[in-house]
Design a protein around this ligand. Sequence first.
Ligand SMILES: Nc1ncnc2c1ncn2[C@@H]1O[C@H](COP(=O)(O)OP(=O)(O)OP(=O)(O)O)[C@@H](O)[C@H]1O
Ligand SMILES: [Mg+2]
Length: 449
Amino acid sequence: MPTFDDILSTPTLFTNRDVLSPHWVPETLLFRDKEITRIMTAVAPALTDERSRNLFIYGKTGTGKTCTVRKVMAEFEARKSSARSCYINCRMYNSRYRVIQKMAKDFIPELDRSGFGLNTLYEKLMDWVASDSTSNPPRARRVVVILDEVDMVRDLDELLYTLTRMNDDLQGGSVSIIGITNKLSFKDALDPRSKSSLCETEMLFTPYDTEQLRQILANRASMGFKAGAVDDSAINLAAAITAGETGDARYALKLLLRAGELADEKHLARITHNEVEAARRSVDVDLAAETISTLPVHQQLVLLAVCNLSLEGQRYARLGGSPTASAAHEERPLMSGEVYEEYSRLCRHYRKPKRSARWYREYLNDLEMLGLITTVESGRGMRGHTRLIQPGYSPSQMKRIIEAGATISGPDDPTSGEAPEAGGPSSTGPGRPGSGKPPAPPKQSIMAW
Ligand SMILES: Nc1ncnc2c1ncn2[C@@H]1O[C@H](COP(=O)(O)OP(=O)(O)OP(=O)(O)O)[C@@H](O)[C@H]1O
Ligand SMILES: [Mg+2]
């Protein structure tokens, strides 16, 4: 068994791995000067004791929304004025109560250990905003609250109402909001008043193109790897792959990090396009694993059916037939009917009530949208008209992920509200199948945005 000394003395191309982590906030943000200026302009009034404008920032994942805002707000805080900001990730603080509690606890440390109700927290927060006792004479404060991933707040109308009401209740002082999201559609469900207060000023972050990604990666590589360890071909390919998918800088950095790890494993002196190509496969499988494990049970069973049949086809091809026949079998797409039969068998095996063929077709749509399978309609020449299905990733890897998870062997979701074997998507309106809620979308590029 190796010792820590062995591990620590293993040669590596990295000089600082943290620099390539998605959580690392770079000192210089390339290509975001315009956005930085706009955010600064929006919040600057708070520094001169005026209300700053609410700002709504949107753009695809990995376009630098979070790190840009955090960078601006770090400078805002560094000015040591009586204006204050509070950053809240709404994935964690996903309700009005949690957001108000987080604000109160951040600003008033004595509240840290107490479990006050919403009204008390609101009052205490109001008192704190209304009077900054550290200034002479005491005066009201200007507060900017950053709601990152704001779409995750369950009762957003109520939260926005509470935050804007604070401004009505305050004599001096104010609370302004910066809302950030990568999902625009949630806005449609908002109350018109919430929408207009949240979106007072709007700002779009556009995806990075190949050249921008190339420079972001080159800059990071120079900080994270030994000099000369990263070949230009590696940076160029990682930038091109990412720009061709979503322009997500986080994905590009993941590719570079994984390529470095692969090069270290193989004791290579340089990271080239070959390692980036291999990294792409491995990063995509990781992302697929994340997606698969959050799928509702019936989507997992349909996907398992696809995997089983594909693997059976491959086994059959290996056992008999000529090399040509073998290749033909490995490529053979599955017919929708046979996948449904296998899905039905799996439902019996895992003791789940089988869903109707109409739901099954919706499950196929979901899996296809997530890039886990590909389907084409059969043209003329096939018996009847069927949908031909192929796995989007290695069936053995996907099968392993599904079988290792607890979803298919756990209890059936009682909240799904679907009658087994009966009805279908259209009988219950436009709602989605499975657990009755959409599968959590993956954060990354395997899904069409
Ligand atoms: N302009 C840039 N210059 C350097 N690095 C960047 C830039 N933009 C993004 N990054 C890198 O990409 C990572 C992801 O960016 P960030 O978390 O800000 O994206 P986001 O738009 O908030 O994505 P999401 O919508 O998924 O939350 C950052 O941690 C940073 O390392
Ligand atoms: Mg973000």
